[in-house]
Design a protein around this ligand. Structure first.
Ligand SMILES: *[C@@H]1O[C@H](CO)[C@@H](O)[C@H](O)[C@H]1NC(C)=O
Length: 359
């Protein structure tokens, strides 16, 4: 007799749960799915209603195109919010409508917010040739804890400047999985003060690869720690996995990083540490980076390099890299073994290593 009772209780709970969700359709707040009428205020009104709801709420965006100008979804909110998008959000055709805000759509001071589905059409071609404009990265996670990015696709032209797919900084516990990033800059870039980050099942390319950095631009900078990238594919990208720092004094660091089970298809620099970043040779007094890189593992990385040198470790002369581990690396260039180069590095190699390890 126990089972029916249990299932009845479960059904009853399900019923309660369903009933307690408040739902807010942006159309009822005046949004127009025509792609032309400014729907910013209706979206903000739907957000206010959801945000002040004591029970979990859903903001529903039906099929259609909704024009949004600079939009700030501000918390804190009283309960969970789910934004379910069946349509597309489109930016103004003229980027000047966004002013100098630095963003198009911003979620700030929120907790327990989920966004599902939808297409976000930022119409960024206006920005081509205007690299000084800051609305160029697709998705920025800044100052956040415990964020999950799943099955996201970011697309920008190969040559569009600064169009990083996902940029993460000053954040802990970010997971990015199952995502396809085809951009003109880094597929994923990781800035200072980032910890406990996991990336898996990423497809990157075209783009500049997955980068930690640039770090060490400032003297006082939080480090990057406990970062894992696994089971991912790079195709035709400039870099595969890269750690990059300015050749300037800094107390920054990178430690406990694992790159494993990666495939490189025709990647220009499949594995690269570059601590000599100094564009135009300006502002790098000692030409050596203060950023300390240690405990970085490269394991089971295979495929093809688009240049003869597939592995490059150019570490800081004042702060050499240490604890670099290479295990089972097989990278070829035009069907032959590629080459590797090392500067200021300490570590170990094991398993099959091709190109021959310089560590
Ligand atoms: C490292 O990060 C992972 C998430 O990728 C987390 O589960 C783990 O607890 C972290 N380890 C430490 C020592 O903080």
């Amino acid at each position: 007799m126990a089972n029916p009772v249990v299932s009845f209780a479960a059904l009853f709970l399900f019923y309660i749960f369903q009933q307690s969700n408040a739902s807010y359709n942006v159309i009822t707040f005046g949004a127009k799915p025509d792609g032309k009428t400014d729907s910013t205020q209706p979206f903000l009104k739907a957000w206010s209603a959801a945000c002040s709801s004591a029970s979990p709420s859903i903001i529903y965006v039906p099929k259609g195109r909704y024009l949004l100008k600079e939009t700030v979804f501000r918390g804190p909110c009283k309960n969970k919010i789910t934004v379910q998008i069946d349509g597309s959000l489109v930016a103004p055709t003229d980027y000047r409508a966004l002013g100098n805000s630095g963003y198009w759509i911003l979620f700030i001071k929120v907790n327990r917010v989920s966004v599902f589905g939808g297409t976000l059409d930022a119409r960024g071609r206006w920005l081509m040739g205007l690299p000084e404009i800051c609305q160029s990265m697709h998705l920025v996670i800044n100052g956040c804890n415990n964020v999950l990015v799943r099955n996201v696709r970011a697309i920008a032209p190969d040559l569009s400047p600064n169009t990083d797919g996902i940029h993460v900084q000053v954040s802990t516990g970010v997971t990015i999985t199952g995502s396809t990033l085809q951009t003109g800059d880094d597929c994923i870039s990781i800035g200072p003060s980032t910890r406990n980050m996991l990336m898996s099942s990423i497809k990157c390319g075209p783009g500049h690869g997955i980068s930690i950095g640039s770090l060490g631009k400032d003297v006082n900078e939080g480090g990057v720690e406990n970062i894992t990238l696994t089971n991912s594919i790079f195709s035709g990208s400039d870099n595969g996995v890269r750690i990059k720092s300015w050749a300037r004094p800094s107390n920054g660091f990178v430690r406990n990083v694992v790159y494993q089970n990666l495939i490189m298809n025709n990647v220009r620099n499949p594995i690269i540490i570059d601590q000599n970043y100094c564009p135009n040779n300006q502002g790098c007094p000692r030409q050596s980076s203060g950023v300390k890189i240690s405990q970085v593992t490269f394991r089971n990385i295979k495929g093809t390099s688009a240049t003869p040198e597939a592995v490059k470790f150019d570490c800081s002369s004042s702060n050499p890299c240490s604890g670099i581990r290479l295990q089972d690396i097989k990278l070829t260039y035009m069907n032959k073994a590629a080459t590797s180069s090392c500067k200021n590095i300490g570590g170990t190699s094991s398993g099959v290593i091709m190109p021959q390890s310089c560590v």
